[in-house]
Design a protein around this ligand. Sequence first.
Ligand code: 17E
Ligand code: FE2
Length: 409
Amino acid sequence: MKDSLNAIINARLQGSDELHRITMENDRFAQVTVQSVAATAGERELDAAGNLVVPPFVEPHIHLDAALTAGQPRWNQSGTLFEGIECWSERKASLTRDDVVGRAEQTLKLFADNGIQHVRTHVDVTDPTLTGLKAMLEVRERMAKIVDLQIVAFPQEGLWSFPQGKELMEESVRLGADVVGGIPHFEFTRDYGVESVQWLVALAHKHDLLVDVHCDEIDDPESRFLEVLAAEALRRDYGSRVTASHTCAMGSYNDHYCSRLFRLLKKSGLRFLSMPTESLHLQGRFDNYPKRRGLTRVPELLDAGLKVAFGQDSIRDPWYPLGNGNMLRTLDVGLHACHMLGMGWIDHSLELITDNGAAALDLKEYGIEEGLPARCVVLQGRSPYEVLLGQLPVLASVRDGRVLVDRRS
Ligand code: 17E
Ligand code: FE2
């Protein structure tokens, strides 16, 4: 079906028991109306057959420059973040443009096949040649028909602790990165971490860019860079454009500190991303028993009214050997790890891989509403519960009125 669709019929929308007809015009949603009875599909109409139709999945945090490099040049034997960084540093030395473009595109095609249409990727810019960044800027354009790609200039080996770290970040911004990244918990000293966060938020603000910091990705309860990031976001009234990724240490903070911290987090309104499969695998590595889960306080953040989304983080790279592009797998693991299998959470669970990811990416046009770009996925199930039970691939994915994926037999 190459032509644009006129409508999706027999669509079930979240929060409603009725079937809907969703019409499209000029690649945008036109009308969303309730159907009294099930209809048969006319020309250029897609029959959702009573399945749930939701906005496209959002993958808010992935490292595409490292995707599909697991075991190269060696396997991460300890399973720690730190050995992953060492393995990657060795692999980074042999990066070429074709190598990065090939792996990134293969991964994005896999994502598109799984109903993902919005992706934020980190790209390591602690590389004097900036090979990965330049290649990813190309990928952003080459893949625009199937996916919207945001690029984070990510200083994997530090802004303050890597030679020319700041200059490489400034150059990345000049070349066209969308988002400024950071890694304060990996800087050599606490002071370096604090200064780097203050500096990178100022840089993003100056250039009107987004911020996404790998923040406190460590089980150390004394890693407290989130408060610095939140305070900077608040001071500049920039919270909706700032994302804290990982914040694993929050899973180890004491409740006294958290009660103070949450006051600031609520005021700042910054976004949170948790990568459950990755953190379960990489964190808790220096614990004997009992071992921590290494995840941030997801239900508590949501209860506080903050936006939290789940991401995959890795796909077969030095940090994590698995991954298949199916966000329902990530969601399933996250709900388990965060004690969120109560039906109240399950009913709202798809927001963690759709709306909340869109909030982190600060997407202006996202959702199934009149006038917005005609982008959505048809899931296999009539409710979030059924979708989670099956974890089946998306039945269809529609982008700007065109059918990208169609698994209906
Ligand atoms: N780099 C990092 O610092 N943390 C991660 N989780 C990955 C790369 C995947
Ligand atoms: Fe990451």
